[in-house]
Design a binder for this molecule. Structure first.
Ligand code: G3P
Ligand code: CA
Length: 258
C-alpha cells in the first residue's frame, strides 16, 4: 500500500459499517452494530425486511438459511419463529445466541450514538414496508429533521420515491449494481429528483462518475470495500463515504504501510 490516509482525508470521509462491523462480527446483529459503534464508524448500515406477521426485522438475505441455524423465507416465517433462531454461531461460536434484531430495537439502541443507513431490502416482497418504517421513525420524532443522522436507501427505486413522500425531510439514496456502468447525466438528474445519494457498487466508480454525481447535487457512498487497497482507491476517487466490512480501512494511517 503506497498511499497513506491523511487525517484531513479521514475526517471528511464518511465511514459506513456495512451490516455493522461485519468483518469482525456476524452481520446484521446487535453485536455487529455495537462493534461498528465502538470502532467509531459514522454510520451502521442495516438491511430491513418484514416477517410473515408484519414485524420489521434486520437481515440481509431473503431467506434465513445463510446467517442463522434455520431455513425458510423471511416473509414466510413469523417473528416468533425467526426470533428463536441463532444468528451468530455461523460466524463464530463466541457469537452463539445472537438473535435477528427488530428494526425498532436497532434504532432504539443506536439513534443518537451513530448514524443509521437503513436499506429497504427487497421491498417488492413486502407491501406496506415503506409506511411501517416511516411510522416507526415518526413515533420517535426521527422524521422531523436529520439531526439523528438517518439515511434510507434501496435498490428498488420506486420504493425510495414512495418513502421520500412519506419522509420528505430525510435523505434517501438509490443503490445501483454493475448494470449501471454507463449511467447518464439525465438518469442522475432523474434520481436527484427524490434522492440525495447515489450509492453504486465500487467496481463502476470512476472520476467521471463521481463528478457527475456531484454535479447532480448528490453524494456517493460506494459499496462494499473489503480490502485496504479498495478503500484507498475510493479515497483517490474522491467519494463522499465508503461502505465497508472493515471500518479500520477508512481510518487515518499515520505511518506508511500501517
Ligand atoms: O449499503 C449498500 C450495500 O449494503 C448493498 O449491498 O447486498 O450488501 O445489501 P448488500
Ligand atoms: Ca445492505
Amino acid at each position: 500500500v503506497s498511499k497513506v490516509i491523511s487525517k484531513q482525508e479521514q475526517q471528511k470521509m464518511v465511514n459506513v459499517a456495512h451490516r455493522g462491523a461485519s468483518g469482525h462480527a456476524p452481520e446484521n446483529t446487535m453485536g455487529a452494530f455495537q462493534k461498528g459503534f465502538e470502532m467509531k464508524a459514522d454510520y451502521i448500515e442495516i438491511d430491513v425486511q418484514m416477517t410473515k406477521d408484519g414485524e420489521l426485522v434486520v437481515i440481509h438475505d431473503t431467506t434465513v438459511d445463510r446467517t442463522t441455524n434455520g431455513t425458510g423465507k423471511v416473509g414466510s416465517l413469523t417473528f416468533e419463529e425467526i426470533r428463536q433462531l441463532d444468528a451468530g454461531s455461523w460466524f463464530s461460536e463466541s457469537y452463539a445466541g445472537e438473535k435477528v434484531p427488530t428494526f425498532e430495537e436497532v434504532i432504539d439502541a443506536f439513534r443518537g450514538k451513530v448514524g443509521i443507513l437503513i436499506e429497504l431490502k427487497a421491498p417488492e416482497l413486502y407491501p406496506g414496508m415503506e409506511k411501517k418504517i416511516a411510522d416507526a421513525l415518526m413515533e420517535r420524532n426521527m422524521h422531523l429533521s436529520n439531526n439523528g443522522k438517518v439515511i434510507l436507501q434501496s435498490f428498488n427505486h420506486e420504493s425510495m420515491k414512495k418513502s421520500k413522500e412519506l419522509l420528505p425531510n430525510l435523505p434517501h439514496g438509490v443503490l445501483v449494481g454493475a448494470g449501471w456502468k454507463n449511467v447518464t447525466e439525465e438518469q442522475l438528474a432523474q434520481f436527484a429528483a427524490y434522492a440525495d445519494y447515489f450509492n453504486p457498487t465500487m467496481s463502476i466508480v470512476t472520476d467521471e462518475l463521481v463528478s457527475d454525481v456531484h454535479e447532480a447535487e448528490m453524494k456517493i457512498y460506494p459499496y462494499t470495500s473489503r480490502t485496504q487497497e479498495q478503500a484507498l482507491r475510493l479515497f483517490d476517487l474522491n467519494v463522499d463515504g465508503i461502505i465497508t466490512d472493515y471500518t479500520e480501512h477508512v481510518y487515518y494511517h499515520p505511518v506508511k504501510n500501517n
